[in-house]
Design a protein around this ligand. Sequence first.
Ligand code: MG
Length: 453
Amino acid sequence: VGQGGLLSTPAASCVIRKYRTDGGIVMSASHNPGGPKEDFGVKYNIANGGPAPEAVTEAIFNCTRGISEYRLLDAPDIDLDALGETRLGDMSVAVIDPVADYEELMHGLFDFDAIRALFASGFTMRFDAMHAITGPYAKSILCGTLGAPEDTVVNAVPLPDFGGGHPDPNPVWAKDLMDLMFSDAAPDFGAASDGDGDRNMVLGRHVYVTPSDSLAVLAANAHLASGYKAGLAGIARSMPTSAAADRVAEKLGIGCYETPTGWKFFGNLLDAGKATLCGEESAGTGSNHIREKDGLWAVLLWLNILAVRRETVVDILKANYYSRHDYEGIDATAAAALVDDLRARLGSLPGTQSHGLTVVSADDFAYTDPVDGSRSEKQGIRIGFEGGARAVMRLSGTGTEGATLRVYLERFEPDPAKHDLDPQEALAAIAAAADELAGITARTGRKGPDLMT
Ligand code: MG
């Protein structure tokens, strides 16, 4: 147990692997307020440090059907604030420093001296822990070990209700950080992590780094960090994540895997040594150092890259335009009909012209896991245009609130003179073509998306 009951999800994965335990139990309400009367979740991670696969949870469930008795032990509460071991019957409970093991792992992966020199040179940063789990980790590593000023980390004390906020690191919920990073007082680098510390948001001065671009940048520059200097075995990304990472993999001459959404697909590739880095557009990035995505790890890798390259985030980020458009609360029947109709027409789309773009490919993404051979179908519709531009459409949240249609748009811009366009402007033709080909406006009556990131 982490001191104070605190352990981030990536740190839990680290501890399971380091001490070779049979597994670990993570209790978290994700980014919702937790507690007896609030949200609560229990997750089991297996010995590799990753979430239990279905075969294991299924076996656990089957065991519960055969339980005939259980025993209780009457004992005083354990003081979770005090480090040390306590006996509970035949069991020993160790309360450990939640940060130490994780920090040691990070120290082995990154060039802490280079990052320390970066901060010493006057480099400025703001890390928003959103009153969630990464506060103690960021304080100890960034301010303690790496010498960043104390005010670098804000909202650093984890609170049961997250201080009334919603620790989901995106431009909506981390608005204070967004506002700062786009103001005249913006520091050189900004970052935030979520409720349990596995996701991240990264910003430069006056620029938001999409998780898709972040994966590509980290993959292209990972060799600058000591833990990855031998190079990467491969890169894995979820299907809606931009293909920028594919271009990096091609250039590096390494494997590239496009998987369905869900971290378990990455776990198989990491365990098999086929991928070293992996990421999803929903702000999860990670590597083979553990078997969870890891928010602070991504931030430290960015810092290591900035410390070596000594360039601004904007200068590093160029050439790829990517955006996600969300249409929320669509009538579920209309949304399903839109997707079914588009699916039925996929074969006839190649060769079609729309808003000056020619469709060259259209399919419904399916995936066969190269490690265990399992098959996942109907993962989202991909439409490829001449020149490498792409639109992806997926439905999610088909609940009582209606469905959300997510449209992912991207294109690569090789001309440096066109690297400073407004992203929505740069993607306008692809958005219009996706709308026309799928009949979004016609079928939903919506004039535009509710959210563009
Ligand atoms: Mg999380």
